[in-house]
Design a protein around this ligand. Structure first.
Ligand code: SF4
Ligand code: SF4
Length: 281
């Protein structure tokens, strides 16, 4: 169990703890302001991950001090965790309201409107979360070519997530002033600020999933399709065995490799049951 499970989930998976989606948490004025500022896309927006790349060239002790500070702040405000599709399904079983909106990171990095982010809440349809987002002056939601917010049924949303899974996108869940959970995204390392901070620059902005993947060598035919889709560089190929293997120390437990395997050769295990990875977050 990750740190948030202990702090915000009473020892169970924190994102399956219904209180973390509650209207009570959402009624907090500071949190509402945070959400409004987050999507404002100004220089003060807490969503912008500026200057993370420069940490790589700093002396180790400076980098370590800045990292501790920034990661601590993110954990209090906006922090994520990788989720495999079965836990996305469980989350959709909990929430009552799903709104699709353009991806914030892709808007900043690519300048395009691509709809991969989903606001979730326990509020009724057209409820609080929808109103808060609607009231925010988001340039990328209000331009002439945008279609605004879309309320989806949970079934429609899940169907989209299953498609993203086939496309190799990694599902992640996010707090908006922890522990309130406000969104689930579908990330790609090439344009996701949080994945780049975490994986490319080594400054964690999200936890690994509560799972680790393993290959069944009896079923693997060595096609290497799973290697092509792993965004975390966790899969290697053994020329001697003509099969792949997964490094549990690098695996984030997203399950995207599993979705790509036509031989059903990949399974996810509870992270806690894999000693070398049990405390790697
Ligand atoms: S996709 Fe499946 S069969 Fe192909 S290499 Fe990976 S585990 Fe083996
Ligand atoms: S090995 Fe599979 S489960 Fe692990 S990070 Fe890579 S794609 Fe995700």
């Amino acid at each position: 169990m990750c740190e948030f499970c202990h702090k915000h989930g009473e020892g169970k998976k924190w994102y399956l703890y219904a209180e973390n989606y509650s209207a009570d948490l959402l009624s907090d004025l500071k949190r509402r302001k945070f959400i409004a500022d987050f999507f404002s896309l100004t220089e003060q927006s807490p969503g912008l991950l500026t200057n993370i790349g420069t940490l790589r060239i700093m002396p180790a002790f400076v980098k370590s001090a800045i990292m501790r500070y920034r990661v601590g702040r993110w954990k209090e405000s906006h922090y994520g965790q990788v989720l495999p599709i079965e836990d996305v399904e469980r989350v959709f079983g909990l929430v009552s309201n799903v709104v699709r909106l353009p991806c914030y990171c892709r808007h900043i990095n690519l300048g395009t409107e691509q709809r991969f982010c989903y606001a979730v809440s326990l509020a009724p349809q057209e409820g609080e979360m929808f109103k808060i987002i609607k009231e925010i002056d988001m340039d990328y939601l209000t331009g002439p070519d945008t279609s605004g917010l879309e309320e989806l049924t949970k079934e429609e949303a899940l169907e989209n997530f299953r498609q993203y899974e086939k496309e190799g996108l990694c599902h992640t869940i996010w707090t908006f002033v922890t522990p309130f959970i406000g969104g689930i995204c579908n990330c790609d390392r090439s344009d996701c600020g949080a994945m780049q901070a975490t994986v490319t620059n080594g400054v964690p902005h999200m936890f690994r999933a509560e799972y680790v993947a393993e290959v069944n060598p009896e079923l693997c035919n060595g096609c290497r399709q799973c290697m092509r889709v792993c965004q975390f560089g966790a899969i290697g190929y053994s020329a001697a065995n003509k099969k792949v293997f997964i490094d549990p120390m690098r695996c984030y437990g997203c399950g995207i490799c599993r979705a790509s395997c036509t031989k059903d050769a990949i399974n996810l295990h509870d992270r806690a049951s894999v000693p070398v990875a049990a405390n790697l977050w």
